[in-house]
Design a protein around this ligand. Sequence first.
Ligand SMILES: NC(=O)c1ccc[n+]([C@@H]2O[C@H](COP(=O)([O-])OP(=O)(O)OC[C@H]3O[C@@H](n4cnc5c(N)ncnc54)[C@H](OP(=O)(O)O)[C@@H]3O)[C@@H](O)[C@H]2O)c1
Length: 158
Amino acid sequence: MSSDKKVVLVTGASSGIGAAIAINFSEKGDKVVLVGRNERKLHSVSQRCKEIGGDTLIIIADLTIDADIKRLAPYGIRVNSVNPGPTKTDFMERLGFDDEKKRQFWNTLQKGTLLNQIIEPSEVADLVLFLASDKAKSITGSSFVIDSGASLKGLLEE
Ligand SMILES: NC(=O)c1ccc[n+]([C@@H]2O[C@H](COP(=O)([O-])OP(=O)(O)OC[C@H]3O[C@@H](n4cnc5c(N)ncnc54)[C@H](OP(=O)(O)O)[C@@H]3O)[C@@H](O)[C@H]2O)c1
């Protein structure tokens, strides 16, 4: 691994936004630690990462992370939060929605955005990739919204 390569731990890596993030980091050659509970899905994402030249480690875990910015900053660890709006993942399957209910809900979510568009998981992954890069070396303790203007639309209509 060359010196500019990172080891990246991605929670929720078995699906949706987390899977897209894992794939994005793999594309640039970082080693990705994939964390989730669903072993089958984790292996599937791992396979995709390896196909594009990535190296992975799977950790099957049920977890929560409580990151403390003050504690981490002295070690040079930056902590930022990415807050997505409606993003095209499998989350409605998890909620047990049938195809018609999913179609209606996506439609409603799309109309709730200013740009009238649902976000692709890869767009969220691109933002995470930027924040993890040296180009963002002075950014910590910040929160980034990527929501096709959904929050703004809500404010404008209040
Ligand atoms: N999609 C959206 O429109 C949207 C909008 C706003 C915020 N978000 C947030 O973004 C995050 C990812 O969303 P998504 O749409 O990508 O969801 P998703 O496709 O349903 O994926 C959720 C991921 O979280 C993992 N996970 C859930 N509970 C876990 C636990 N207790 N321990 C370890 N892993 C756990 C799941 O893995 P396993 O099942 O393998 O454990 C899966 O990889 C969620 O926090 C969601 O609330 C999503």
